[in-house]
Design a protein around this ligand. Structure first.
Ligand SMILES: Nc1nc2c(c(=O)[nH]1)N[C@H]1C(S)=C(S)[C@@H](COP(=O)(O)OP(=O)(O)OC[C@H]3O[C@@H](n4cnc5c(=O)[nH]c(N)nc54)[C@H](O)[C@@H]3O)O[C@H]1N2
Ligand SMILES: Nc1nc2c(c(=O)[nH]1)N[C@H]1C(S)=C(S)[C@@H](COP(=O)(O)OP(=O)(O)OC[C@H]3O[C@@H](n4cnc5c(=O)[nH]c(N)nc54)[C@H](O)[C@@H]3O)O[C@H]1N2
Ligand code: SF4
Ligand SMILES: [Mo]
Length: 670
């Protein structure tokens, strides 16, 4: 029988949200390629997904529920049947609730799958249970806070808008690794004569494709934006007509902020020469339609929200929003195409329970609040690896009195610490609806392969747990398909006019953006809020990131061949990046007496991590770079990078500060 080909969607936390074509033989995926009909994927996938069958059918997949038999973290388990696993969980939870109340139970989930149903499947269950709530702010809430302060609910430009730009700025984003399909539009713009800039803290693969790369001191981009603004104003390169009609607060910005912000000051803070800052401002001010693609890297600092807010003001000064091809893309907002509320069901909340910030899981597990966290339920996340302050998290997970359940596809660092492990489906085995934060496409995925052994989807497991906990609401008895149908039948303004049959059939469908949306500013005044009186700081200003006490700023950026800690199960991908590297500038290495290829230890007050040193002039002095989040089992030492990152939060949005750390480096003492 000929193999069949079915459509699916990349479920990972990536702005591209690619459409997949899955070739199937005997219920198994044998080949996965990019959907040529998907308007953003254009038939090509990144290095991670174009062999996705090797993840779905990996020999490392968990195949049945497991019960811990060794000490915590030893990874010793025995198989148990599903009914026993569910009974053990519900029995233990009933005991905890009777003694300490349901707030002693904490869910932890994030972005293993981005589908609306599977991603949010636990919310109604934990609301109904009365568990502690999790503030899901590990990714980029500071960037959103910065955007919102200036632009309110304004729709971000369509990513293809970049094709019409004559100056593209990739600001704090290593798009070759994290937004590769966006680069199609960037290349198209360049073919038509556009210049491409990258602003980062070291030379990334993306700086290699740029006309100019500007390397700034970590956390200083707000100062660069203000320095550029002061030049724009001094040299009369601002669009006063646009500002008068579409913005509020330009005069106050000039009077209260820019009057005291020279390019010299920006130079001191960013490390860029004064002339470079002037050049940048002139080129920005003189380009016809500058387009900024704003990454999240620079938002993961103690000053991250203010940095983003300041940069978001730049396009208004030159009137870029009114130009075809101009503007700034922070995140596309296709999420409201479906009613996420119909899945999360906040109305099931029995009372307003305690909220735990996910970046401070370590604290929540080790500081015995009232009630202490006595049970942790982790699904589609790997906090032992991805969450800051790994040492404190591992200390918490090692508590013998903590009852930990982990629903996973693989034996991750977190699963190794579980009392009960439940096997999860891959996205090819369950259905869902997908929106995107980098495009305006939406897509439905149906299960396309046979279940891998005893795995169950997030939605199915919460159905079983609801039954075991005696929740009688019919909501929990729906199938995932029922819920998907419900979401599709609930109208939304964003889906108006789209081809619903195509959506139902599994094709990617683009949402229609309203005509003139780029100058419809969805703020209280209808104007771009350079000044926002509802903010504690009404105007953007330079605020410093945190002061570290160690000599090197540590960059902990995403790795190209992995996605957070996902894909570490893949031998083929690990072979591409065989060593856990720490990159350092030759002068710094020389000063420290360190050599390329040797084992070193990076350390600070929080922990110590072993790396293999790579000496390279791509990293400026005073910065060290460790990309990717490794599983502990593959690390050269006993810890991975997040043993060096802190639980401190951002200025707004209570986000993570993954890049705002300092370390020292020494030869490994062995
Ligand atoms: N291959 C791959 N793709 C991914 C991921 C992955 O792990 N691997 N992760 C996914 C997820 S969850 C997300 S949220 C997105 C993340 O994507 P983003 O956070 O939007 O962007 P990154 O490309 O991670 O950007 C981090 C970049 O910011 C730079 N940077 C750090 N500090 C500063 C600074 O102070 N100033 C400037 N100008 N630059 C700075 C870093 O050096 C790095 O190049 O990517 C998604 N896609
Ligand atoms: N040092 C450092 N740390 C970071 C970052 C950084 O830039 N630097 N980035 C941060 C960011 S932006 C993010 S978003 C977080 C992401 O952190 P996480 O959300 O924890 O993401 P992953 O590491 O990809 O882990 C997801 C897990 O979900 C599992 N999974 C996949 N699909 C399913 C499913 O359907 N059901 C279940 N039950 N499990 C499933 C996968 O096997 C995988 O182990 O990491 C953060 N950590
Ligand atoms: S990880 Fe991103 S680029 Fe790769 S296939 Fe998925 S959505 Fe596309
Ligand atoms: Mo993220």
């Amino acid at each position: 029988m000929a193999n069949s080909v079915r459509r699916s969607v990349c479920p990972y936390d990536c702005p591209d949200t690619c459409g997949l074509l899955v070739e199937i033989a005997d219920g198994k995926a044998v080949k996965v390629t990019g959907d040529p009909d998907h308007p953003f994927t254009r038939g090509f996938l990144c290095s991670k997904m174009n062999r996705y069958q090797e993840t779905a059918h990996s020999p490392n997949r968990l195949t049945s529920p497991l019960l811990r038999t060794g000490r915590k973290g030893s990874g010793q388990f025995r198989r148990i049947p599903w009914p026993e696993a569910i009974t053990r969980i519900s029995t233990r939870w009933r005991e905890i609730i009777a003694k300490n109340g349901a707030e002693a139970i904490l869910p932890y989930s994030y972005s293993g799958t981005m589908g609306i149903v599977q991603r949010n499947a636990g919310h109604p269950f934990f609301y109904r249970l009365g568990a502690s709530r999790l503030d899901r702010t590990i990714c980029s809430p500071a960037k959103h806070a910065g955007w919102k302060a200036v632009m309110g609910g304004t729709l971000a430009p369509h990513p293809d808008e970049v094709m019409e730009s004559d100056l593209v700025i990739l600001w704090g984003i290593d798009a070759v690794a994290t937004n590769v399909h966006f680069l199609h539009g960037v290349r198209e713009a360049r073919r038509k004569g556009a210049k491409v800039w990258v602003i980062d803290t070291y030379e990334t693969p993306t700086t290699g494709m740029a006309d100019r790369a500007f390397l700034v001191c970590p956390g200083s981009d707000g100062a660069l934006a203000l320095g550029m603004m002061s030049v724009l104003v001094a040299e009369d390169l601002v669009d006063r007509n646009f500002l008068a009609v579409h913005a509020q607060g330009f005069d106050e910005l000039c009077r209260d902020v820019l009057s005291d912000f020279s390019p010299q000051k920006a130079s001191l803070l960013t490390g860029l020469p004064v002339e470079t800052i002037r050049d940048m401002a002139r080129a920005y001010g003189k380009s016809i339609a500058p387009f900024i693609r704003l990454g999240s890297g620079l938002s993961r600092y103690a000053n991250g929200a203010m940095t983003c807010r300041t940069i978001v003001c730049l396009p208004a000064l030159v009137g870029a929003w009114a130009k075809r091809g101009g503007g700034l893309l922070a995140s596309a907002a296709s999420g409201s195409a479906f009613s996420t509320k119909a899945v999360t069901r906040e109305d099931f909340m029995v009372r307003s329970t305690r909220i735990v910030n996910m970046n401070q899981l370590g604290r929540a597990l080790t500081q015995m609040d009232d009630p202490p966290v006595l049970s942790l339920y982790v699904y589609h996340a790997n906090p032992a690896a991805v969450t800051p302050d790994q040492n404190e998290i591992l200390k918490g997970l090692s508590r013998e009195d903590l009852f930990t359940v982990v629903h996973e596809r693989f034996m991750t660092d977190t699963a190794a610490f579980a009392d009960i492990v439940l096997p999860a489906t891959s996205s090819l085995e369950h259905g869902d609806l997908y929106s995107s934060y980098g495009t305006y496409c939406v897509q439905r995925a149906r299960p396309v392969i046979r279940r891998v052994r005893e795995s169950k989807s997030n939605w199915e497991v919460f159905g079983l747990l609801a039954e075991a906990m005696g929740f009688d609401d019919g909501f929990f008895r729906q199938s995932e398909d029922d819920l998907i149908e419900h979401l599709l039948s609930t109208p939304s303004a964003m889906r108006e006019g789209i081809d619903s049959d195509a959506l139902d059939s599994g094709k990617a469908v683009e949402l229609r953006l309203p005509t003139g949306y780029k100058t419809q500013f969805l703020t209280v005044s209808g104007k771009i809020q350079i000044i926002n009186l509802r903010e504690q700081e009404p105007l953007p200003r330079y605020t410093p990131s945190s002061e570290g006490t160690y000599p090197f700023r540590l960059m902990t950026a995403p790795a190209r061949n992995f996605l957070n800690s996902s894909f570490r199960e893949r031998d083929d991908l690990r072979a591409k990046d065989p060593a856990m590297l720490l990159r350092i500038n030759p002068s710094d290495a020389g000063r420290k007496g360190l050599k390329d290829g040797e084992r070193v230890s990076a350390f600070n007050d929080l922990g110590e991590v072993s790396f293999i040193l790579r000496v390279t002039s791509k990293v400026p002095e005073g910065v060290v770079v460790a990309d990717g989040i490794w599983w502990l089992t593959h690390c050269p030492g006993e810890r991975s990078v997040n043993a060096l990152t802190s639980q401190r939060l951002t200025d707004r949005g209570a986000g993570s500060t993954f890049y705002d750390n300092t370390v020292d480096v020494r030869k490994e003492l062995r």
